[in-house]
Design a binder for this molecule. Structure first.
Ligand code: SAM
Length: 232
């Protein structure tokens, strides 16, 4: 059976590239975005009642990881990128139908848009459906996962004086918790697990409209070096 699906909305996210997006939602509460609803879902009727809900499930398309050939095994970054695992045992982005799911906080409901936080979604992500989080059914008390048993360990994030001032200025201009966003995302240690970073090597990622650069003065510490406007 073939069945086609179409997006009900598009996410406008703080994350402009895949690198440095947390591996799951809720890991960076300062990660915010807006889900713009598309016709005919943007008139208010479809979201009526959602103001009584704190969190929603988003079913979405990994639109920047779609592939024609199905993969049966994947190498999840969480396992260091060098151990393969059945695709259905992982939350990897390369999936048979390219479908992702994230539970995110609903900050505000408007007729044609939902304001979200705690997201792990790339800018432009097409959303296929929205469902309310139902605490009594969606939270399983005795659940376990031997592959991903706990949230990834955090690493220390420090700032150069220059970068902190730059981030504070951009935070004020954007009206966004940019300092917290950078700290929460970098604390997840975005570099691939197999890379041992030389202190002179710089890494970078774009959040909102700024480029953030950092390095690892020691393997378990990040120092943010600069926060400057991204090239247009
Ligand atoms: N919570 C979702 C799930 O379990 O289905 C996503 C988990 S996946 C491991 C999270 C990663 O997906 C992020 O770190 C980001 O790099 C990537 N990602 C987010 N949105 C994407 C998109 N639209 N296309 C491709 N990759 C995306």
């Amino acid at each position: 059976m073939n069945h086609s699906v179409s997006p009900i909305g598009i996410v406008h996210s703080c994350f402009k590239e895949k690198f440095a997006i947390p591996r799951q939602p809720q890991l960076a509460p300062a990660a915010r975005g807006v889900l713009e609803l598309l016709p005919p879902f943007n008139q208010g009727d479809a979201v009526q009642g959602l103001e009584q809900v704190s969190h929603v499930w988003l079913l979405f398309l990994f639109h920047q990881a779609l592939e024609d050939k199905p993969r049966l095994k994947v190498r999840p970054p969480r396992l260091g990128g060098n151990k393969s695992m059945g695709v259905f045992a992982t939350r990897a982005t390369h999936r048979p139908n390219g479908i992702g799911q994230s539970v995110v906080k609903l900050e505000r409901v408007e007729a044609d848009r939902l304001w979200l936080s705690g997201i792990d979604l790339l800018d432009g992500t097409p959303v296929l459906d929205i469902k309310p989080y139902v605490p009594y059914a969606d939270s399983v008390e005795d659940a376990f996962n031997g592959i991903a048993s706990a949230a990834p360990a955090l690493i220390a994030v420090r700032w150069s004086d220059e970068a902190l001032v730059q981030a504070q200025v951009h935070a004020q201009r954007l009206g966004e918790p940019l300092v917290a966003l950078i700290e929460q995302c970098l604390a997840q240690d975005p570099r691939p697990a197999y890379q041992t970073p030389a202190p002179e090597r710089q890494y970078g990622a774009c959040f909102w409209d700024v480029d953030v650069r950092w390095h690892y003065p020691a393997p378990d510490t990040i120092t943010v070096l600069t926060v400057v406007p991204a090239a247009a």
